[in-house]
Each structure stands twice: as structure tokens, then as C-alpha cells.
Design a protein. Structure first.
Length: 175
């Protein structure tokens, strides 16, 4: 069943804090909240964009550095500072005429729960909240910010025989 679901995925949606980061936030003196991102997650994200997947970020977190990171990876659908993830999710699917069964969503905590109940493939990192683990079809063996995103993107793309890049650049994941 899991492999069949992977083969149907066209859309990858991710939370940020606790999924693309380890959940730690460093408060800089200027008021900016700083996060650490995994370079291997970045490589997988930019490759998914190149291969034509819809890649979307939906996060309650916000910041210019976050936006710059995702834009550098070629992600066009970046929704930061979101208080109602379900509304953003519904609008995104409607705008792009995407069926819920074709959506993978990786979340880690209670604000992701309502969206994850609706998607075709709800997933989470190893260190997600228990309620999210109980809802997830797959729990990555990797923690948030430590390769969990790469893990799931690679699985989707391998099943769909798209995990290759004829012209990789060392700069692809570091933008």
C-alpha cells in the first residue's frame, strides 16, 4: 500500500520548524529568528522542483532568511506566517487542481494535524509528536532537520524512477 501511494504523489508539502529544521530557533539580537537547514534536504527539494513536482511550504514560522532559502531551491509556493494551514492547503489544491490523494504532507506537531488527516500520504520525522506519529502512514527514521525530508522525497522519486540528475551542480542544494 505504501509503495502504491508513493507512485501516485505529484505534490510535496512540508512544514518547516521540526521538519525542515530540528525545531530549535536562535533569536538574533536584531530580532530575527535563525534556523539551521539540512543541505541534503535542500538537494532533494531542488531536484523535486526540477522534476516537475509541486513543492509547497506551509509554516507558521516566518522570516526573510527562510524565504530566501526556499526561493534559492526554486520553490515557488512558499506560505510563511500561516495561522490557518487548512485554508492555505485548500486554496493551493484548488488553484493547481490537485487531488488530495496525490499529496504528500510532512508535519511534526499539532498545527499540522488537520491537514495531515486529509492528504493521501501523511508522513512525519522520527521525533514528531505522538499524535502526528499515530496519524502518519510512514515515520522517517530521520529526525526533523536531519534528513527526514530527503528520506521521503528520495522514496517518492525512486518509486517513480525520477531520482537522477544528469547535470547536478554542487551549488544546487546550497543556495
Amino acid at each position: 500500500m505504501f509503495l502504491q501511494k508513493l507512485s501516485e504523489i505529484t505534490t510535496l508539502i512540508f512544514d518547516v520548524d521540526g521538519v525542515l529544521t530540528n525545531g530549535d530557533i536562535l533569536a538574533a539580537q536584531d530580532g530575527e529568528f535563525l534556523r539551521t537547514f539540512n543541505i541534503k534536504d535542500g538537494y532533494a527539494l531542488q531536484l523535486a522542483v526540477k522534476k516537475g513536482y509541486h513543492v509547497c511550504i506551509i509554516s507558521g514560522g516566518n522570516g526573510a532568511a527562510m524565504r530566501k532559502r526556499f526561493e534559492g531551491l526554486g520553490i515557488q509556493h512558499i506560505h510563511l506566517g500561516v495561522s490557518d494551514k487548512v485554508k492555505v492547503y485548500e486554496d493551493f489544491l484548488q488553484q493547481h487542481q490537485i487531488e488530495e490523494t496525490a499529496v504528500l504532507y510532512m508535519g511534526d506537531d499539532i498545527p499540522d494535524y488537520k491537514v495531515m488527516k486529509r492528504v493521501g500520504l501523511p508522513l512525519c520525522p522520527a521525533d514528531a509528536a505522538e499524535e502526528i506519529k499515530a496519524l502518519s502512514i510512514y515515520i522517517s527514521p530521520k529526525n526533523g532537520g536531519k534528513g527526514a525530508v530527503r528520506d521521503v522525497i528520495e522514496k517518492v522519486m525512486r518509486v517513480q524512477e525520477k531520482w537522477s540528475d544528469e547535470n547536478p551542480s554542487a551549488a544546487d542544494s546550497g543556495r
